[in-house]
Design a protein around this ligand. Structure first.
Ligand SMILES: *Cc1c(COP(=O)(O)O)cnc(C)c1O
Length: 484
């Protein structure tokens, strides 16, 4: 057999394969509302399934595809399900699925501009378009697509370090005389801690600024911590505000934090708007992000509220030279075909080297839905969040977080143990085990108060789904009472 017969299959087999793929995707989308949201977890069964695939026998292509179809249907939390009220994992938009399929087939290489000029320029176009929506001036906007928000936040720390301590690009942190310090709120995403480790800063370089009763960064505390660090001979270099916290969907006071960063001598302001950034596309929510245009850099995750398949993070900055100064490395073996042109090789602007066309799914989804389409989707989800708050209150639950974004944290004040971790955990487990919906628990604020958390993360979620969740919650709560 020729290598191409082995890996390309023959024409008939391929056509049957594409047809089956399309049928599977369509039936998955159709069947989803009627299926369990979460599987029963059974590692033994899954390992047993996989043992049958030992690579000593060649599987017919359709058999392989059907095997994966069955395995994924039975063994994953169906985040595209309209009753998945979970972490910021939406259903993937149809255009996003199409884009990822095209991307796999054309496999553009986004390390060097000259290898994939259209793809690189398309991402530049998107970065500028998003920058403009966040209030940046297009001529002063740069950025890079990333695997997700974690990589975008990591990129932010690296660029802030290079701006504050240009010597680190060559000498590393050893070249810095005073210990660099960065600030996040205690409600910020934990990717900052991991990135601090990966940057060689270590987690002790990350100050967790306390939050106020509304779970927003306490700006006075931030200022006091910066002053104290300065006094002690340390070097504050970055503050990262969050626009839409993971636990409670709360937006830090961006304008006041920007003022504090300016007053502290212009330390780098990063805004982590991984999920909440999409609020700028909805006229009714845009005001929540006031001040984001003052950020030195922004994290925005298209695989969250723009509902494209994972992973699609975006790092955007208004410092057009900083990515090059942070990541530019000369490599002789890289193509020089575009030398002399006014273009940028992505590998000079990113942690990644060989890289897929992450932006294609964003381009295609946005081109078809348009800003107006996304605005309608985002406002629909916000309305479903309002409805969820209403229905929960009517069912006797107490809402613990204040936000207009559709993340709702709640407890049960009708019973003495209704705020206990044990009870709330039992409710979440009961809901998940029912297969009828998925939600989780979080801990909020300085007292790490436990709460149930439900997010309208999915554009398919409708009123009936919200009401079903509240019914299931009530059923589980009643059953816990009976068995207590
Ligand atoms: C999800 C999230 C991240 C991490 O993004 P990934 O895409 O999971 O890497 C960072 N910050 C916030 C606020 C998030 O919600």
């Amino acid at each position: 057999m020729k290598p191409s017969d082995i890996l390309d299959l023959d024409r008939d087999a391929r056509q049957a394969l594409w047809k089956r793929l399309a049928a599977i995707i369509e039936s998955y989308m159709e069947d989803l509302p009627g299926t369990r949201v979460a599987p029963e977890l059974d590692p033994k069964r899954i390992r047993g399934l996989l043992e049958a695939v030992d690579f000593s026998r060649s599987l017919p292509p359709l058999e392989a595809v059907d095997f994966i179809d069955g395995a994924l249907r039975s063994h994953q939390v169906h985040t595209p399900h309209p009753r998945y009220f979970g972490l910021f994992n939406p259903a993937p938009a149809a255009m996003g699925i199409a884009a990822d399929t095209l991307c796999a087939a054309f496999n553009p290489q986004l390390a060097a501009w000259s290898h994939s000029p259209f793809a690189v320029e398309a991402e530049r176009h998107l970065v500028r378009a998003f920058g403009r929506r966040f209030g940046y001036d297009a001529a002063h906007t740069d950025g890079t697509f990333a695997s997700g928000g974690a990589e975008a936040n990591h990129t932010a720390i690296l660029t802030a370090l290079v701006r504050a301590f240009p010597e680190t690009a060559r000498g590393g942190l050893r070249a810095v005389r005073k210990p660099p310090i960065m600030y996040v709120s205690s409600e910020s995403h934990h990717s900052f801690l991991k990135a601090a480790r990966a940057c060689g800063l270590g987690t002790e370089a990350v100050r967790q600024v306390p939050v106020d009763a509304g779970l927003r960064m306490d700006v006075r505390a931030l200022q006091a911590m910066i002053a104290e660090d300065r006094e002690a001979g340390r070097a504050p270099f970055m503050v990262a505000a969050t626009a839409g916290t993971t636990s409670a969907g709360v937006v830090d006071p961006l304008d006041r934090i920007a003022d504090a960063a300016t007053r502290a001598g212009g330390i780098w302001l990063h805004v982590d708007a991984a999920w909440g950034g999409a609020a700028v596309f909805a006229p009714g929510l845009k005001d929540l992000l006031e001040g984001i245009d003052r950020a030195d850099s922004i994290t925005f995750d298209a695989h969250k509220w723009l509902s494209v398949p994972m992973g699609a993070g975006i790092y955007i900055t208004r410092h057009t030279d900083i990515l090059g100064r942070t990541f530019g490395i000369a490599a002789d073996y890289m193509p020089h075909d575009a030398a002399g042109m006014d273009v940028v090789d992505p590998y000079h602007h990113s942690i990644q080297w060989s890289r897929r066309f992450i932006g294609l799914k964003v381009l295609m989804a946005l081109a078809v839905a348009g800003w107006e389409g996304y605005s309608a989707v985002i406002q629909h989800q916000a309305r479903m969040g309002d409805l969820l708050r209403e229905e929960l209150r009517a069912s006797g639950w107490t809402i613990m977080n204040e936000t207009r974004l559709p993340v709702v944290c709640f407890v049960d004040d009708d019973r003495p143990d209704g705020r206990s971790e044990r009870f709330l955990e039992a409710v979440a487990q009961g809901v998940v085990a029912s297969g009828q919906a998925w939600l989780s628990t979080v801990r909020l604020g300085m007292g790490a108060r436990p709460a149930l958390r439900a997010c309208i993360t999915n554009y398919r979620t409708e009123k009936e789904d919200v009401r079903a969740l509240v019914r299931v919650l009530h059923g589980v709560r009643t059953k816990i009472e009976e068995t207590a």
